[in-house]
Design a protein around this ligand. Sequence first.
Ligand SMILES: Nc1nc2c(ncn2[C@@H]2O[C@H](COP(=O)(O)OP(=O)(O)O)[C@@H](O)[C@H]2O)c(=O)[nH]1
Ligand SMILES: [Mg+2]
Length: 365
Amino acid sequence: MAFWRSRKKETPAEETSSSDEHSSIPNVEGEPLASDHDAMATASDQPHREEVVKTEPQKTGGLFAKMRGALSKTRQALSTDIRDLFKSEGRLVDDEFLGELFSRLIRTDMGVSCAEAIRDDVEKRLKSRVVQMDEVLATITEQTRSMLEQESTSLRYSEDGVPTVILVVGVNGSGKTTSIGKLANHLHRSGKRIVLGAGDTFRAAAVEQLTIWAGRIGCEIVTGKPEADPASVAYQTVEKAVEMNADIAIIDTAGRLQTQTNLMQQLEKIRRVVGKKIEGAPHEVILVLDSTAGQNAISQARGFSEAAQCTGIVLAKLDGSAKGGVILPIREQFQLPVKFVGLGEGIDDIAEFDASAFAKALFAQ
Ligand SMILES: Nc1nc2c(ncn2[C@@H]2O[C@H](COP(=O)(O)OP(=O)(O)O)[C@@H](O)[C@H]2O)c(=O)[nH]1
Ligand SMILES: [Mg+2]
């Protein structure tokens, strides 16, 4: 399967006109039903700290240290468990050992087939030998790295000098708005001109939250009126990006479940209208997954990757999760590259995904 799926040719003539294009965008035919909103409200009952954006001092110590810090919960769960398998004189790698290793790996939510692959690799390399823990960890780390490796983690940029459009999607509370803030800051720092689009018009707090991020970063933001058509905000965002010759427009969206047909149609409309303004846009449709959701994150990836034609993943909240292993089945089952990982709530707590650093951080002592 290709990472970049071909898009249907759209000819939605009714949505825009040349004189005042965005104001002529009608309301989404599939405007969320009350029941959809209700579902969203329920899903958002989990704690949000939208109004308070943390101002943390800049962290130092490089990507590995950061990744290592963020993965501490998963690593502790794993390596304490794995350490239990060893005595100072080492351990014979036999069926019993392999079975115990397997049951420890699986606790990180890496899933059966990934845990099997790692166990089989240890078996192949070390069976019938008495080994020390370091040697087993080195083997596991290498196997994990090779399972996580992917062609490219870089964002796909537009080719012809027009702004790159990134649409950000996912369920409520997965970390979309926060990830946009961190990503925008990351790109801004690398010299890109950014425009944010507050496409989650359903909740005023979401607009406010993104506005605070824009203020901190010092980038432009386009907001609509409360309950405005998100497609219209998306269109205006792209229009603004073109106008000011920005490099990147990043569009936030309301949380939704992949099963909410109307809300998925709304995403489709956003895609269409931005594609009308810039051919080939959106260049990226980033699915934000909450790694603390473990196996649920996998079912979200399954639903969204098809329904919203996602092109990449941001795996958020690795720092709060003991289930960081979930990244393995995500890589195994989907052709979607993990582009960034969220390592905390602070502005710098995002990193481009790096398979080698991730595997080492997961198993480092
Ligand atoms: N620890 C941690 N918290 C995060 C991370 N990303 C987002 N959050 C928190 O998760 C909650 C929901 O995030 P938000 O961006 O509002 O989610 P959205 O509904 O998908 O836009 C907020 O409290 C965020 O501060 C992360 O990488 N690590
Ligand atoms: Mg949000």
